[in-house]
Design a protein around this ligand. Structure first.
Ligand code: MSP
Length: 514
């Protein structure tokens, strides 16, 4: 096993019922940025995503198209993987719930909990929302008697079913939540869950007989396992729960399950009780992020405001889309996105602030010194101030990233970019270049500009991985960028005599059509 500290982060596994939209891409981009940061900071990261493929909804959709459920999901899941590739998502494993390794685990867990008496057979009468794969009680329905999540009609179902004795774990779970303030974040989500449990937990129906696209209950195969009971266990499979105890003990408990706010309940209450029944530690943190709102409205097919992430990536590039999502939305809160704000960010932050800084730096280094830098001569107060700011930036950025304050951290990195642009105006290299007596000062300015950009490239690499690598290359570094560590962001890493590379445009300005 590695000597590094393990860090296990997951996204939800997505339903292959429709094309993924920018909201799904947001969740995965956030997780990817955290995973990349942790690798940069020297952790042994395991980053998991995947697809949640069972359930009646999928079976019905496949029947409509005249294909098997597996044929139906294969095509959609290939689309997910293509989207993650385009977006630069650096997952370590992609789990599909239709895989054998997952079936084996779900059946093992179902059997184990049954054998210990925490799953029993009963009869289910209740209200079911098929689109959300959720059971509701009458009290939980909205004012129109519909699903409180998606507001679509629910159906009365009555069938023989297996139940999981969640009620038995309610008090223990509540005590656990109270004793572990970090378990559910942000705090608003934690309070919601406490209130939910305090109303009392009913036993959960964990099997269905009305369709068969699912994992059969091992000892009663006319039942399939309830999709959420099935899906939640995905987090245990790729880290070796069944077959590699050493790996499992290394990565579990998960450091973060990153999920959207509407599924925090499943990840804390159902999953919490399941893990307690299995005698496994609970994850260290379940973080419920907010929703992306488009031009002020929640994305939905009927409103017609669903944003396709692939179209955005094709038009603006993956890094611009990533930057926009991570910078614009405060993690944990809902965030409004629009085409105009995206273009505004690309033009002002990426093309102007960052792109121009790199371009000006490389052109001046070429023009005044044929691209060759000198380290250590002619240091002025301006230089000292920039060094100080860079050191403070690295410290603040690191603290913010550790707290998952991604938007604050990228703003911190951008403040160094702005400060470095201002430093060019303060030091006016074009004036220094005219005066032989200022040659050492000019050397120092050029060195400081390159050094500031080198530090910047490291800090922005979890957010803008392609751009960061391009900056590294244009600055003339030939070392493997993937091996760069956060500790390399200490000032002074550029060697005396280093030769910078050639400037290429990072981000073209986008002209806004009138
Ligand atoms: N399959 C379940 C998760 C099972 S995890 C054991 C599921 N899938 S989903 O495809 O419907 O949603 C996956 C994630 O996308 C959720 O975390 C959800 O919050 C997120 N988002 C869906 N729409 C979103 C926005 N508009 N904005 C941000 N996130 C959104 O739930």
């Amino acid at each position: 096993m590695s000597e590094k500290t393990p860090f296990y982060i997951t996204t939800p596994i997505y339903y292959p019922s429709a094309k993924l939209h920018i909201g799904h891409a947001y969740c995965t981009t956030v997780a990817d940025t955290i995973a990349r940061f942790k690798r940069l900071a020297g952790y042994d990261v395991f980053f998991l995503t995947g697809s949640d493929e069972h359930g009646q909804k999928i079976q019905q959709a496949a029947e409509k198209e005249g294909v098997t459920p597996l044929q139906y999901v294969d095509r959609i899941v290939a689309g997910f993987q293509e989207l993650w590739r385009l977006l630069g998502i650096s997952y370590d494993d992609f789990i599909r719930t239709s895989e054998e390794r997952h079936h084996e685990l779900v059946q093992h867990i179902f059997q184990k909990i049954y054998d210990q008496g925490d799953i029993y057979k009963g009869a289910y009468k209740g209200l079911y929302c098929t689109p959300c794969e959720s059971y509701w009680t009458k009290l939980q329905l909205d004012e129109n008697g519909c699903c409180p999540d998606c507001h679509r009609p629910v159906q009365e179902v009555s069938e023989e079913a297996y139940f999981f004795r969640m009620s038995k774990y309610a008090d223990r779970l509540l005590a656990y939540i109270n004793e572990h303030p970090d378990f559910i974040q942000p705090v608003s989500r934690r309070n919601e869950m406490i209130a939910f449990i305090e109303q009392g937990l009913e036993d959960l129906c964990v099997s269905r007989t009305s369709f068969d696209w699912g994992i059969p209950v091992p000892f009663d195969p006319k039942h399939v396992v309830y999709v959420w009971f099935d899906a939640l266990t995905n987090y245990l499979t790729p880290i070796g729960y069944m077959h590699d105890k050493e790996k499992f003990n290394n990565y579990w408990p998960a450091d973060v399950h990153l999920v959207g706010k509407e599924i925090v309940r499943f990840h804390t209450i159902i999953w919490g009780c399941m893990l307690m029944a299995l005698g496994i530690d609970l994850p260290k943190k379940v973080y419920g992020h907010g929703w992306l709102i488009v031009d002020g409205a929640k994305m939905s097919k009927s409103v017609g405001n669903v944003v396709d992430p692939i179209a955005l990536i094709e038009e603006f590039g993956a890094d611009a889309v990533r930057y926009f999502l991570l910078r614009e939305i405060t993690l944990g809160q809902d965030g409004n996105i629009s085409r105009d704000t995206l273009i505004g960010r690309i033009n002002s932050d990426l093309a102007n602030d960052l792109g121009n800084l790199l371009h000006r730096t490389l052109s001046m280094a070429k023009k005044y010194r044929k691209g060759v830098l000198a380290k250590g001569a002619g240091r002025t107060d301006f230089d000292a101030a920039l060094e100080e700011m860079a050191a403070a930036t690295v410290a603040d950025y690191t603290a913010q990233m550790e707290q998952m304050e991604l938007s604050a951290a990228i703003k911190t990195a951008w403040a160094l970019i702005s400060r470095t642009n201002k430093y060019i105006d303060e030091t006016a290299p074009w004036t220094l270049a005219k005066d032989e007596a200022k040659a050492a000062e000019l050397d120092s300015v050029l060195y400081h500009l390159v050094e500031s950009l080198r530090v910047t490239s490291i800090l922005i690499s979890p957010f803008l991985p392609v751009t960061a690598r391009r900056i590294h290359e244009q600055l003339g570094f030939t070392s493997d960028f993937a091996a760069v560590q956060l500790s390399d962001a200490a000032w002074g890493g550029t060697e005396d005599g280093h030769t910078v590379g050639t400037a290429e445009q990072l981000f073209p300005r986008i002209e806004i059509e009138k």
